[in-house]
Design a protein around this ligand. Structure first.
Ligand SMILES: *Cc1c(COP(=O)(O)O)cnc(C)c1O
Length: 655
């Protein structure tokens, strides 16, 4: 059942909380203040920051929406939560190994994110995971520790391997995870050449496959990992070389956002069996790496559904620990230390994308006649009369029949227009009447009880207004476009007002795919989101939540919209609702974006100048006008890529 907004009862903050699911997906991290403003509680306690305050402060620094807000204390809180969950599980299960997590850099490579995680994780010996040479270059420099783990995954060439061994030479705790059989020979050769002893892990292709969008990351058809046969080959190579001591870790990764805890349990048991067998074969086994996959409950439904998960962080930790323990105990093999590579679960919650709604598009524009009211009644076209009749005579037939009749007449009007029998004005009038009828039917359906036929239920979506948001789905919400991933979206203010407009969100790219028309709901998915009517000259801000994993780092440059502005916020302890912006990052400038596709800004300006000079010489443009044209062109090259909705209120430069 979709949550309905009651039409009569007064709107309360509690209604807003329920409708947007704030407590369900946000836990104790979000609340609504008395003034209807959304607040973030970075540490899930009483301390809070009003999001609108951050947005206003950022705007005063020249950083307008679209804006990424990173709540740094919330990121730290997640690191603590993950480590404490495993510490508790280890204690509860009387497990004799320890937990040693790593952060997979690919999930968010931003410097401040990686540094904050390392800082918050220091007391837990938290490390890093790299999946490529560039990521390893970051990890080697950023992780200045001989204790914390640095796990090397991904495809490896000789340079990658040399780089990892360089780290070993510096005494770092680096493990090269063999993902392809061919890597073994390369690693052994380079180790011999350099005289540096590597430490190895094997990534296993488990039979257990994940569920959800990333199911194909594991199983026999997966891109990565060794089959059982390949494991045997690798093992015999190592034995032949007398290198039993360097193989220490078993690794698996069954895909991201695993919705079902049963999948995780099965995978852990299967991987631990590999661990136990390798131990029995005489290898120096010390670690099991359970990869990523720990989910985020984007829709707050606690369900085995792709945008959700049916378990908690605590349950995950307990299940990993207890299953490893029971397999090892059964085999009489000492338990390993446990590594996890949770990325999404660690970083998704800390980042909030703020969007400004800059326009609305409504299908049901009221009809404007060129002749005003002068138009004579007898001139009305038959199809208009028919539609008027359907509109006025609302009780004669059932709602569904009325809808079908209206559809027929609207299509008739459109066909007549195409064939040349209907003028523009009459077609506009017919369409306007059609939408009025639809709105009337929707209103009557909402008031009625009982079963609602699909076609009428669709009316909500058909009649939805489009709210135009100043952002690009392709830059900022890539997984929504590519994978139908859902994210919680709601206004960050005016939550004390009832939202009365059913909307879908569209972005400013020239792509019809650049929209958000699927929203979180407790069961199923909503086709529209109720928002507030726009007020003239007052900004209306939406927050998109849980976007810190993959989204704000992976975006592409569709239509050349670049990275958005960004502020990094910390709690200010001594002040009620206090915060400070420690760092701000300007969004991408147009000329920087153009540079990436080989358009040099100065060269473009030169080409432009040539044309303007020519027009000036030909007296088509006055000299002063020409100078101003070029100035504007150059100025826009240095600006951000997004709309500037407040241009009118900007003070004019005077010369
Ligand atoms: C992507 C990836 C991760 C991170 O997965 P999450 O589901 O985001 O935690 C961990 N390990 C490996 C090998 C990966 O490729």
């Amino acid at each position: 059942m979709a949550l309905k907004i009651h039409t009569s009862a007064p709107w309360t903050l509690r209604d807003a909380e329920d409708y947007y699911g704030i407590k369900r997906w946000g836990g104790n991290h979000f609340s609504i203040g008395e003034d209807g403003g959304l607040c973030v509680h970075p540490c899930a306690d009483h301390r809070k920051i009003r999001l609108l305050d951050i947005v206003n402060e950022a705007a005063s620094m020249g950083l307008r929406a679209p804006l990424t807000i990173r709540v740094q204390d919330l990121l730290r809180h997640r690191v603590t939560q993950l480590n404490e969950a495993f510490r508790t599980a280890v204690a509860q299960e009387e497990y004799s190994g320890v937990f040693r997590g790593v952060f997979p850099i690919k999930v968010n490579q931003l410097r401040e994110v990686v540094e904050e995680i390392l800082d918050a994780g220091e007391e837990y010996g938290f490390g890093l995971e790299a999946g490529s040479k560039p990521e390893l270059l970051i990890a080697l420099a950023a992780l200045d520790s001989k204790h914390a783990l640095l796990i090397c995954n991904g495809y490896k060439d000789a340079e990658y391997i040399r780089l990892a061994l360089l780290g070993r030479k510096l005494g770092k705790n680096i493990i090269l995870v063999v993902e392809q059989l061919s890597e073994i020979d390369d690693i052994l050769r380079i180790a011999k050449e350099t005289g540096i002893e590597p430490r190895l892990g094997l990534r296993i292709k488990l039979r257990t496959t994940g569920e959800g969008k990333w199911a194909t990351s594991s199983g026999e058809d997966a891109k990565f990992g060794l089959t059982t046969g390949e494991v045997m080959l690798a093992v015999s190579k190592l034995k032949k070389a007398g290198l039993e001591n360097i193989l220490q870790l078993v690794h698996f990764h069954i895909g991201s956002q695993v919705p079902n805890i049963l999948t995780i349990k099965k995978a852990v048991v299967e991987a631990t069996r590999f661990y136990v067998e390798l131990h029995k074969l005489g290898f120096n086994m010390k670690l099991i790496d359970v990869g990523g996959g720990l989910g985020i409950d984007y829709d707050g439904s606690r369900a085995n559904y792709e945008s959700s998960m049916n378990y908690s962080l605590e349950e995950y930790a307990r299940d990993v620990v207890s299953n490893i323990k029971s397999v090892c105990d059964n085999a009489g093999v000492p338990v390993p230390d446990i590594v996890s590579e949770s990325g999404r679960a660690l970083v998704a919650p800390h980042s909030i994308l703020i969007l400004e709604v800059v326009d609305r598009i409504s299908k049901s524009t009221p009809f404007h006649s060129l002749n005003g009211k002068k138009k004579k009644k007898h001139k009305k076209h038959e199809v208009i009369l028919a539609l008027e009749h359907i509109f006025n005579d609302s009780d004669q037939y059932g709602r569904l029949e009325r809808f079908h009749d209206a559809q027929q007449k609207k299509e008739e009007a459109q066909t007549l227009f195409t064939l040349g029998f209907l003028d523009l004005e009459t077609r506009a009038e017919a369409e306007s009447l059609f939408w009025k009828i639809c709105a009337d039917i929707r209103q009557k359906s909402a008031a009625a009880r009982g079963y609602l036929p699909d076609e009428l239920a669709q009316l909500n979506t058909m009649l939805a207004e489009q709210y135009v948001c100043n952002f690009s789905v392709f830059q900022s919400l890539l997984d929504h476009w590519a994978l139908d991933q859902l994210f919680p979206i709601l206004p960050i203010h005016r939550l004390d007002e009832k939202p009365t407009v059913e909307t879908v969100l569209v972005d400013i790219t020239c792509d019809s795919d650049g929209k958000v028309s699927r929203f979180i709901d407790l069961e199923d998915v909503r086709g529209t989101l109720a928002l507030h009517p726009l007020q003239p000259n007052k900004p209306y801000y939406l927050g998109v939540f849980l976007v810190g994993a993959y989204q704000d780092i992976m975006g592409d440059l569709h239509n050349l919209f670049g990275r958005v502005n960004e502020v990094h916020v910390f709690l200010e302890e001594d002040e009620e609702d206090g915060f400070y912006i420690e760092e701000s990052i300007n969004g991408a400038r147009v000329d920087k974006i153009l540079e990436m596709i080989q358009w040099d800004g100065e060269e473009l300006a030169r080409l432009m100048k040539k044309q303007i000079d020519r027009a000036t010489k030909a007296d088509e443009v006055r000299p002063r006008e020409g100078v101003r044209m070029l100035e504007m062109y150059e100025e826009l090259l240095r600006e951000k890529t997004y709309l500037n909705p407040r241009e009118k209120s900007r003070p004019k430069k005077t010369k």
